[in-house]
Design a protein around this ligand. Structure first.
Ligand code: ANZ
Length: 843
């Protein structure tokens, strides 16, 4: 199968592009006056050769870049490599080679494959994040953030991957508590780590999502919202017997304060330890210690699971409800997390399922304070008698085990009785504020970004410590802190950074003072959080990015990549952009104006993998069918957001079509000086319809529809060549040129080849699209109305040029018309071609 000789065609055009660099971007400084578009594909990890997933992503991103170029835009479409990180390091460890060598060998291989695959990248802007010229600026960014208190060190419990022996961000722990990387069960470990203060940006990261509505997939926006997880409510202070300081709890339901029947603190919090230590019951203290040990073995996800069996111990202490003075026992239970809210809650079992499960397990009281059977619409406050339970017995949570979490009116709540939930929340908060025992509060699920990694292949953290352990930032003029050679270092994971073994590197001097370097490296998400700015001046030795180029190009107009990065990478890039905005380096707050997530390439309905034996190798596909056939298949398979099942598509069919398109070009009369208007009308209409619709189809990402239309036009052209006026018909050349110009979005080699055959110099990708001739877009048919005795019986689509005789024939052939006439006699026929036929009968 395949286009015969496709590999010669590929080689030929690669050489031409190499020499002429058609896709080099005019810098803003060059004074190029065309409007600009920045089209960015997520850059690859260099682990192994390019695969089918890359092939899909880069084919689709390229359609957009090529489209805007042909619309007359100065397009920036760069590529680089995200070349630090664990995959490369693990592979290097397995093969016993230097991670640097391994990485750059992979880059060379991917780069070669990428060139053959032929996305219209500007090859003069390539960057690798593992080059000192790049990661120097990670260190610069870190120091800028450190200066502003946005980078800090803290001692904390971290997610620990016992197989990879490294810390994981929360995001890298899967819902089942295993590591995204190694699959190992993640455990908790206490370490001193570097963090970036993303929580300080939580509100802006959330609120600015509104700007992206409509130009980002709504699914991604929802995932980001959920990840940030803002909740609003109140902090409420409870006095504790035998303690001077109150214990503060965070609640989203201050309206249920009268329904609090106990309090729960996180067992692994300092507070729990202190409360228990204050109990004079030795047995309580002992039971607590046992419990704490058990808790420390479980993961956060397990702890938060709703239907998990509730466990806990009594602390021996009591708190006082600030509204009604009730005495509430304080428990320690693992369903309360130490690092969320205040690490302590007021438990309202009647209205919170987890509290209810706990209350039922430990026989604690349940009191309904919201009557969920009462309507909440209307402003009228219905004041029920206190103590009265208008809730039906069969709805009592204490018996049913189902918490009443819905809307309703307050009962059993003193002065707040009768108010709706929303109203009562505001009133209870106002009351607590007036008493000085509570206040409005917000909380986020989002945690600060842990960036320390105990691994070799990453950006060294530019901090040193003096003999007393004080942090000293490495002066900017001493950057980069270069990664020492891996020779002689033990890269195998062991819980501390391999860089600790580089003694000469670690022991250094700053201003003549002996200091020790920090031996951790940065999470590679730091590298990718700002790379889109580096592409604008990739070789600048003096600054991370050039503000004048940034002004002109950024933010990215269209970002293209997998939904796997829907949360982390995008959130971090958004965060760093806002930080750079606050520092005055950029004048926008969102990095990616529009986002397209392509689907995945599957095989037989599931993800490809070596172990499943369903791996399709890109290189094999390219060897068999040629680059263009594979690229076209990616675009034609369906909407870009959908997954492609490689078992269901036909690269062989694509190759056949491309051969047909080429043949059309070869058959075209060689003289380009034809007079279009003398061409076959039907074919011309189809060509101009394509020109009219193509831009809208691309801008709506309906690539597959456009491909289908190009295929139809190719078939129609073939028909005219074979049976109509033949290859000399000007309409044939016009159509062939349209096919070459539009195909250049998808299949660059075939399009260049066609364009050359049609007599033009390269590159087809730089030729503007044609404007449709409006006179060729008017309807090719009109609706003719068929009447019998003045009543409409049928409507037919006919040519505007139809003759009266023919129209009458059509009318008489219409089933609806003949049925209506029945066996009556026709006395008169009025024909107004092309719009009307009226048949009069004898009654
Ligand atoms: C009383 C109450 C009554 C609650 C009620 C809910 C329903 P979000 O939306 O996630 O912020 N909570 C507070 N801190 C907690 C912690 N550290 N660990 C576990 N749970 C915690 O949820 C806030 C609610 O989750 C808070 O409101 C608190 O329970 C619980 F009918 O307080 B609520």
């Amino acid at each position: 199968p395949g286009v015969a000789g496709f590999s010669e065609v590929q080689d030929k055009w690669q050489r031409v592009w190499e020499e002429t660099k058609p896709f080099a971007t005019a810098t803003a400084a060059s004074g190029d006056s065309r409007p600009r578009k920045y089209i960015l594909d997520m850059f690859p990890y260099p682990s192994g050769d390019l695969h089918m997933g890359h092939a899909e992503a880069y084919a689709l991103g390229d359609v957009i870049a090529r489209y805007w170029r042909q619309q007359g835009f100065n397009v920036l479409h760069p590529i680089g490599w995200d070349s630090f990180g664990l995959p490369a390091e693990n592979a290097a460890i397995k093969r016993g080679v230097d991670p640097r060598e391994w990485t750059y060998a992979n880059i060379a291989q991917q780069r070669e494959s990428m060139r053959r695959y032929a996305p219209s990248f500007d090859w003069d802007r390539v960057l690798h994040t593992s080059d000192p010229e790049y990661y120097k600026w990670n260190q610069w960014l870190f120091l800028k953030m450190y200066e502003r208190g946005l980078a800090y060190r803290k001692d904390s419990w971290v997610n620990w991957d016992p197989v990879d022996q490294t810390v994981l961000a929360n995001e890298q722990v899967l819902p089942d508590g295993t590591s995204e990387r190694s699959g190992a069960i993640v455990v908790k470990k206490k370490l001193t780590q570097w963090y970036l203060r993303i929580t300080a940006y939580a509100d802006r990261l959330l609120d600015d999502l509104n700007q992206l509505e409509g130009s980002w997939p709504s699914k991604v926006i929802a995932m980001q919202r959920n990840w940030i997880g803002r909740s609003t409510g109140a902090d409420i202070d409870f006095a504790v017997e035998g303690r001077t300081e109150p214990v503060t709890v965070y609640t989203t339901r201050p309206d249920t304060l009268y329904g609090a029947t106990f309090m729960v603190v996180a067992p692994d919090s300092d507070l729990a330890a202190e409360l228990v230590a204050g109990s004079d019951d030795a047995e309580i203290r002992e039971r607590f210690q046992d419990y704490l040990q058990r808790v420390q073995k479980s993961t956060e996800i397990e702890r938060l699971t709703v239907d998990r069996e509730k466990t806990g111990v009594f602390t021996g202490r009591y708190a006082i409800n600030p509204l009604n003075g009730e005495r509430l026992p304080i428990w320690a239970a693992d369903y309360v997390l130490s690092d969320y809210g205040q690490g302590a809650i007021m438990a309202v079992p009647a209205h919170d399922q987890r509290d209810l499960d706990f209350a039922r397990a430990f026989d604690l009281p349940v009191r309904v304070v919201v009557d969920t059977t009462q309507p909440v619409t209307g402003a009228i406050r219905i004041i029920p008698e206190d103590g009265e339970l208008p809730v039906l017995d069969e709805m009592d949570p204490g018996t049913t085990g189902v918490a009443l979490s819905g809307e309703g009116r307050l009962i059993n709540s003193g002065q707040f009785n009768g108010f709706s939930k929303v109203n009562a929340i505001a009133r209870v908060i106002a009351h607590l504020e007036a008493q000085g025992v509570g206040r409005k509060a917000k909380n986020y699920r989002l945690r600060d970004w842990l960036i320390s990694r105990q691994r070799y292949w990453g950006t060294p953290i530019p901090i040193v410590y003096d003999e007393d352990g004080n942090e000293i930032p490495v002066p900017e003029d001493q950057l980069p802190v270069a990664l020492p050679p891996s020779e002689g270092l033990d890269l195998k994971p062991k819980g501390t950074s391999p860089l600790g073994g580089a003694t000469e590197w670690v022991q250094t001097e700053i201003d003549g003072k002996p200091v020790r370097r920090d031996t951790d490296t940065m999470d590679t998400f730091v590298d990718s959080s700002w790379y889109f700015l580096r592409f604008l001046s990739p070789n600048d030795p003096d600054k991370a990015f050039d503000p004048s180029e940034v002004d002109k190009w950024a933010p990215v107009d269209q970002y293209v990549g997998g939904v796997t990065h829907a949360i982390l990478h995008l959130l971090y890039a958004r965060f760093i952009t806002k930080v750079l905005f606050d520092m005055g380096y950029v004048n926008f707050t969102e990095p990616f104006t529009a986002l397209l997530n392509q689907g995945m390439v599957l095989m037989d309905g599931s993800a490809m993998s070596k172990s499943k034996g369903n791996l399709v190798r890109l290189s094999d596909q390219l060897d068999e069918f040629g680059v263009d056939a594979v690229r076209l298949t990616m675009a034609f398979a369906g909407p870009p957001e959908d997954d492609i099942d490689w078992a269901d598509v036909s690269p062989a069919g694509s190759a056949k079509f491309l051969a047909r398109a080429l043949r059309v070009a070869r058959d075209v009369d060689s003289s380009p000086d034809v007079v279009w208007k003398n061409g076959d009308d039907r074919l011309r209409r189809q060509t101009h319809r394509l020109w009219a619709d193509a831009p809208g189809l691309i801008e709506a990402f309906k690539f597959n529809v456009l491909v289908a239309r190009i295929m139809e036009l190719t078939n129609a052209t073939r028909k005219v060549i074979d049976s109509g006026a033949g290859p000399t018909d000007p309409a044939v050349r016009e159509a062939a040129e349209a096919i070459a110009l539009t195909l250049s979005l998808f299949t660059p080699y075939t399009a260049e080849e066609m364009w050359e055959i049609l007599g033009y110099p390269p590159s087809v990708a730089l030729y503007g699209w044609r404007k449709p001739d409006p006179t060729l877009l008017v309807d090719e048919s009109v609706t003719a109305i068929m009447q019998v005795d003045g009543k409409v019986r049928d409507r037919l689509e006919v040519s505007p040029k139809i003759g009266g005789e023919e129209l009458e024939k059509l009318a008489r052939a219409s089933v609806a018309v003949t049925r209506s006439i029945g066996d009556r006699e026709v006395v008169n026929v009025i024909v107004r071609a092309p719009r009307l036929v009226n048949i009069a009968t004898k009654p």
